[in-house]
Design a protein around this ligand. Structure first.
Ligand SMILES: Cc1cc2nc3c(=O)[nH]c(=O)nc-3n(C[C@H](O)[C@H](O)[C@H](O)COP(=O)(O)O)c2cc1C
Length: 166
């Protein structure tokens, strides 16, 4: 028999799934930048090249993606745990203030791309689904920006790097 599935149990189980740490970024129709730390990001299909992101519906980032139909996924390098914490709201940071961390540029659609990202994807929403507290967006990848370095990983409630097996 499994343990009862309350929120704590769910979180405890999900903590065992290592996740690549990304910043999902967007802009409002007025051009204000929005972004959150997100591990709920997944490859969907190569034809057409697509990924999905799961965003808390209460976040400004989710509202901006819903408004513009655009988002970017920035895969963080292993040395960027401080940026991940900032975009998770540490220190009360929100909205534009988060972008004081890291070096940013805009893609052709005005989406914020992190210069030091291991890879950054510029995406256009092709499908959206409400799932409880979260909104799932599937996006077709319109732009690929390949960087360098190893990804930052979040597992067992801690930021980690990738190491080869001994
Ligand atoms: C490691 C980690 C992974 C996270 N993954 C997600 C995620 O996939 N989706 C999500 O909506 N929030 C995720 N969060 C929470 C958001 O980053 C957090 O709620 C964010 O600060 C909300 O931004 P806001 O306060 O500006 O609205 C994650 C946080 C951390 C620390």
């Amino acid at each position: 028999m499994g343990a009862p599935i309350d929120t704590a149990g769910f979180r405890n189980a999900m903590a065992r799934f290592p996740g690549a740490v990304t910043l999902v970024t967007a802009r409002t129709a007025q051009g204000a930048r929005r972004g959150i730390t997100a591990t709920a990001v997944c490859s969907v299909t190569a034809e057409p090249p697509s990924v999905l992101v799961c965003l808390n519906a209460r976040t400004g980032t989710c509202a901006a993606v819903a408004e513009t139909g655009l988002f970017a996924v920035n895969l963080l390098a292993h040395a960027a745990a401080d940026v991940a914490l900032a975009f998770a709201g540490q220190g009360g940071l929100s909205g534009e203030a988060k972008f004081a961390r890291g070096l940013w540029q805009a893609d052709a659609e005005g989406l914020p791309l992190l210069q030091d990202a291991v890879v950054a994807l510029s995406c256009r929403v092709t499908a959206a689904l409400e799932a409880g507290s979260h909104q799932v967006f599937i996006g077709r990848i319109d732009g690929l920006h390949l960087g360098e370095g190893q990804a930052l990983v979040y597992a067992q409630s801690a930021f980690r790097g990738l190491a080869p097996l001994p």
